[in-house]
Design a protein around this ligand. Sequence first.
Ligand code: AGP
Length: 608
Amino acid sequence: MCGIVGYIGKEEAAPILLDGLSKLEYRGYDSAGMAVLNDDEIFMTKSKGKLEVLNQLTHGGETLKGHLGIGHTRWATHGEPSDLNSHPHLNANGTIAVVHNGIIENYAKLKEKLIKKGYEFKSETDTEVIAQMLDYYYNGDPLCTIATVMQRIEGSYALGVIFKDTPDVLYAVRKDSPLIVGHTDGGSIIASDVPAVLKYTRDVIFIENEEIVTLKDNEIKIFNIDREELDKPVKHIDWDADAAEKGGYEFFMLKEINEQPKAIKDTFSPRIKDGKIVIEELLMSEEEIRNIKRICFVACGSAYHTAVTSKYIFEGLARIPVDVEVASEFRYRDPIIEENTLVIVVSQSGETADTLAALRLSKEKGAKTLGIVNVVGSSIAREADMVMYTWAGPEISVATTKAYSAQLIAEYLLAMHFANVKGNLSDECLEEMIEDLKALPEQVELLVNNRKRVQRFANRYLAAKDVFFIGRNVDYAISMEGSLKLKEISYIHSEAYAAGELKHGTISLIEEGTLVVAVATQEEVYGKTKSNIVEVKTRGAVVMSVAVEGNSDIEDVSDYVIYIPETNKYFMNSLAVIPLQLFGYYISLGKGYDVDKPRNLAKSVTVE
Ligand code: AGP
């Protein structure tokens, strides 16, 4: 996520902006910039790279004089990391400056409209469109202009805005992206998150959706979109700086588990238009899609687990043969890549060495390649023929959660689109699936809020030595991710097994008290999985089952059941994985480990 800071008051703005931005670095970013109003002129410095670059360019803020300013750390979503794409963005004549955290979903349409009216753009960003929209609708009253533009942009935004004409007012706006405001000693400040303001104040106002803020050095006013003034409560923050970076959560992993509804929504929203799936990054004609003979997914770790799920979905919906390969194996076995093979590489970081090597090998062999990537401008994003971004925002915890969930969404969208183009999925069925997709964020939120039940069960198994995760079909893929989450952060040995495969050897390991997690969301094989549960129960296993609400008969064969809401069978992974993420998290927490930085692991494995 991007970070924004703004200041107006008796102090020089630039040093305060730099300090505030430094407290937001944990959010992840690839460029930074500031704009300050001084002597009736907006001065701006911005660049690709870390905050230190901006610090040096402005000599610690010395070169940007003025008492009103806005600053930004950019996590690229639209447009690669570059000086030009960095924020702030200005309108054509440099009288308005904007910093933005969020995604404007209809920016392309608005940009096209402004270009037809003679506007020129310097960057590839959605944010520059906001600056030009404010210019286009500017009527001398910034508050009115902002309200007018808010009614025309769709998506998520937290904005800091300065207008040359009103040198004594800082403006801020919020919709879906977080924004807080508060007083400093002799000034006022805005920021994306609490850590940026703690040095100046612990009394803040959390701005809510479609609220506009005007800040003067000694006055803060808040308005709704109809420009009616609101009376908002001031909250006292008693977190320390470290807790504040995690939004009050003990670890980034739990914060990111909680961010999954937004990551899911941000990944599908811009790609669903009028009941259809529109994937603009997919540079393939419908004929090319129809001509795909095979899809080969290549990835590592959790990204690989999403691909295992996708095999069932693409083959089930689009009737396209799918292979799923671990990148470190694929790259060394001289794979056969026939004509009309689409290779899809999945990677949160976009820098995983094995996956990048697999991508390069696939291109050498003539495959068309698509990257599903979370980090804009990463190596895989740049080298794949096409890239479909997951908009999960920066993921800090080594154990992936929100990026995994966003990858699933990207793969669902592709499978549904391919199936619809091939005529295997009617428009009506597609619309039904889209409705199920739209319900996922709220369903995930319900499961995340229900986490205390999972914590109680997890606390009973802190001493577990061997845990087995079993499932069939998509449930087997879900089991893989559940097992990895447990292993990588609690250091407990665990295996994921195709439930039907247990009797071919592994069931000999089941003994009195062995913990088995059974995932049973797939209706077609529910009875079979239930039989597998009985098999392990009769050998002494303790069973925690994950099942769809209504299948209460599962309680007859389980010691503990976590229910998930009903959804399309192909989307079950998005829901069933939540209690499994929480299970791993609470076991690790209970064992007193550093959940975010597990031993021996790195967030991105950029070496072999
Ligand atoms: C998952 O929790 C792990 N952090 C790891 O398996 C990860 O998914 C794998 O290393 C792939 O990383 P990538 O998505 O950045 O390519």
